[in-house]
Each structure stands twice: as structure tokens, then as C-alpha cells.
Ligand binder design. Structure first.
Ligand code: ZN
Length: 402
């Protein structure tokens, strides 16, 4: 006999790392942790959408395919239209001659098409790149792996989702009285975020602390509403990753382009990684040799890629992935993160997932005492707690009773 499907509330706080939980500003959460204990959540390598992809599919990024937003795919190229507007040489000259004007026009053009364009990437690369902005609650994944929402739909389990923080601003949008509780909704998911505050001010800034207090207050009020409405329910309060203070900035573009012809390779820098595609094996060897001498990061080897869940079946996300050491940030990352899109950046995430500042946490009244779990263990754990079968393709494992 399976367990009875139990009403469950999941609160996911984007960016609130295991080591950033602060008992003084989050007394309610701290009390729950004292009662339940807390588990370290090891994310896959990547940014929030990769981690959430793993939470909700029970698989690693290599399988669900939600990783960094930008990847190389000529057939799907988001910016493929550039192929028809200019030819490479002209584009290149325009890029360097009129960077501001060109970028303004490009950004406006893509804005009108409902897309965005990376800031610091040479135009000649654009016709080869695809950008895929995945909503944080995923309807379907890159490789069509079903998410918890697909499973709920298939099994007729009623679910609700409330995005309760505006990303970037990190407000708490709804108070507990504004979020309805429905008798028939068995899976209730509320997403909150401290990510923006932590990025711009760092976790110890008074404004970050104030925001943590607001979230703590929301949790306290909402859980008290739940407990006075239902007598049997499960809750999970958790986070996807922590943030690491930025201590040094470095420009890898100069290092690489000093020794290489820029037309021999394509590379793209995220907040904590630079990814490369090469014209030939020879160029790859040359660049990797140059990268091997750098003290602030390294190219991931196949074992690391497998361990971090990013051993993809094709090269769309890069032939080489150069991962920066925690605290080092590329100064011209392509999304303009280091420019903070106008605001300073104090902390980032997406470093080695096993570094302690990368790790998230989980606390729950479910029978879940494991000291550590991986992000992909969440879905099988929930399915197990509902007495549902864990689909074969799921890579994580249930941690119930551990
Ligand atoms: Zn973030």
C-alpha cells in the first residue's frame, strides 16, 4: 500500500544559501529548522533555471536540458536574422565602430520581438547563437522531460503556483491573506527570492537582512493560516543555491584573444563560466593550453562535467567550459552582469556546486533527515511522500526516511 496523497506546500526561496540562513533575521524559519533539522541541497552546476529544472524534473541538466540561456545552435539561432542583414566583416566593423548605437538598435529590435540580446558579445557570433528564456515554472523542458507539473496534470493532481517575489526587486508581493488556500489543491508551490538583494548588496547588507525578515514573516503568517485551515499537511521550505561575494574581476577575453585569431573560435561568458566553441581540434588544444595556466579557473574535465550534471549529449552549451574559482568574476560577462545592468554586483552564484557557499538548504516536516541531498532528489522524494510511482527516467532518488 502506498501512502495517501498528502496536501503539500513547497516554499522555494531563490538565493538563500545554507550558510546564509540568519537566525536573527529569520527567527521563525530558525525555529522550524530546530524542530526538523536541515538538509544541505547540492545544486547542479548552473544558474537558477538549471537548479529549478533539476528540482522539478528529478534529473540533471544533461537530461532536462535547461542550462544557461544562451547556446550555440545554427538551426534554432534566435539571432539568425543577422545572417541576412549583414555579412560578418561589416558586422564586425559596425560592432567596434558603433558599439553603443548598434547595441541600442539590436536591443530595441529584440525587445520588439520579445527577446533580449546579450551585451558584450561580438555581433559576428550572433547568427550562430540561440537564447532560450525558460520560465521559472517550466511547462516543458529542452529535451521534453516531464516536470512535476506535467506529472500532476497527467495524474489529475490539482496544483497551484504563486510567484511571490518580483525577480530583481525581491519584494514579497502577496501577504498570507492574499494567497487563497483551496481544499482540493494538493500541491501548492510558492516561489520567493532574495537573489536580487544578495547580488546587489551581498547577504550581510541591512537591506538584505530586512528582506529576509519580510520573508520570514510571510512564512510565519502563511504557515499559521495553513495550520488553522487543514489538520494534515506537509511543508517543505528550501532554497536553490547560495551566493558568493565577488572579490576579484578578470577579463578572459583579452587573455584568449591575445594568442588566438578571433575568427577561429566563438566564446561566451556567463557570470561564472566562459564557454568555447572552436573551428578545429588544433585551436581547441591551443586555447585549452593557454587556459590551463590560469590561476583563477579551469576547463572542466569529463569527470567533473558528469559529477556536476552537465555532461551534455551535444556541444550546444560549449566544447570547453571554463569555470571560475569562487569569488572571481569575469569582468565582461555577456549579459552585462558585471556591469550590474546599471547596478553594482556584490555576489554571484554558479560556481563549483560543492563549494559551501553554492549550497542551498531544505527543511520539512516530512521524514527527511539526510544531511545532504541533490537538487534532483526533490521530485522523487515528493512523489514518494504522495505514494506515487517514481518514473524510470528520474535520476534522483527519494530521501524519505533517510
Ligand atoms: Zn541570481
Amino acid at each position: 500500500m502506498g501512502r495517501a496523497l498528502r496536501r503539500t506546500f513547497v516554499f522555494l526561496i531563490d538565493g538563500l544559501g545554507y550558510y546564509q540562513l540568519d537566525s536573527r533575521h529569520m527567527p521563525f524559519l530558525n525555529d522550524l529548522i530546530k524542530e526538523n533539522g536541515r538538509t544541505i541541497v547540492i545544486p547542479p552546476l548552473g544558474y537558477s533555471n538549471a537548479v529549478h529544472g533539476s528540482f522539478w524534473t528529478g534529473c540533471q541538466p544533461r537530461t532536462h536540458g535547461l542550462w544557461t540561456y544562451l547556446y550555440k545552435s545554427q538551426s534554432e539561432a534566435t539571432y539568425g536574422v543577422f545572417k541576412y542583414l549583414f555579412w560578418d566583416q561589416v558586422l564586425e566593423r559596425i560592432h567596434w565602430a558603433l558599439p553603443v548605437g548598434e547595441k541600442f538598435i539590436m536591443r530595441r529590435f529584440f525587445q520588439l520581438r520579445g527577446q533580449t540580446v546579450p551585451l558584450n558579445i561580438p555581433s559576428r557570433y550572433l547568427s550562430q547563437l540561440s537564447a532560450r528564456f525558460t520560465p521559472i515554472v517550466l511547462p516543458s523542458t529542452q529535451y521534453d522531460v516531464p516536470s512535476i507539473f506535467d506529472i500532476c496534470r497527467r495524474e489529475g493532481v490539482d496544483f497551484s503556483f504563486a510567484l511571490n517575489s518580483e525577480y530583481g526587486k525581491d519584494t514579497v508581493i502577496y501577504n498570507s491573506s492574499q494567497l487563497p488556500l483551496k481544499e482540493g489543491t494538493l500541491f501548492n508551490y510558492v516561489l520567493l527570492s532574495v537573489d536580487g538583494h544578495f547580488h546587489h548588496f551581498g547577504p550581510s547588507h541591512p537591506s538584505s537582512k530586512e528582506h529576509m525578515s519580510k520573508i520570514d514573516n510571510f512564512l510565519k503568517e502563511f504557515l499559521s493560516k495553513i495550520s488553522s485551515t487543514f489538520h494534515d499537511y506537509a511543508y517543505v521550505i528550501m532554497s536553490d543555491h547560495g551566493l558568493c561575494p565577488v572579490q576579484n574581476r578578470v577579463d578572459l577575453h583579452e587573455v584568449v584573444l591575445d594568442s588566438t585569431d578571433p575568427t577561429d573560435l566563438l566564446f561566451f561568458t556567463d557570470a561564472t563560466m566562459t564557454r568555447f566553441w572552436y573551428k578545429s581540434k588544433h585551436i581547441q588544444e591551443k586555447v585549452e593550453t593557454c587556459l590551463a595556466g590560469l590561476p583563477y579557473g579551469h576547463v572542466l574535465n569529463p569527470e567533473e562535467k558528469a559529477k556536476f550534471g552537465v555532461d551534455f549529449k551535444d556541444d550546444r552549451f560549449g566544447q570547453s567550459i571554463f569555470l571560475y574559482e569562487p569569488g572571481w568574476m569575469p569582468s565582461t560577462d555577456s549579459w552585462g552582469m558585471s556591469l550590474g545592468r546599471g547596478e553594482p554586483i556584490a555576489a554571484v552564484h554558479g560556481y563549483d556546486p560543492y563549494h559551501e557557499l553554492s549550497q542551498g538548504f531544505l527543511t520539512s516536516n516530512l521524514e527527511l533527515r539526510a544531511p545532504k541531498m541533490e537538487a534532483m532528489d526533490l521530485l522523487p522524494t515528493l512523489l514518494d511522500s504522495w505514494g506515487m510511482k517514481i518514473p524510470e527516467h528520474i535520476e534522483g532518488r527519494t530521501r524519505l526516511g533517510d
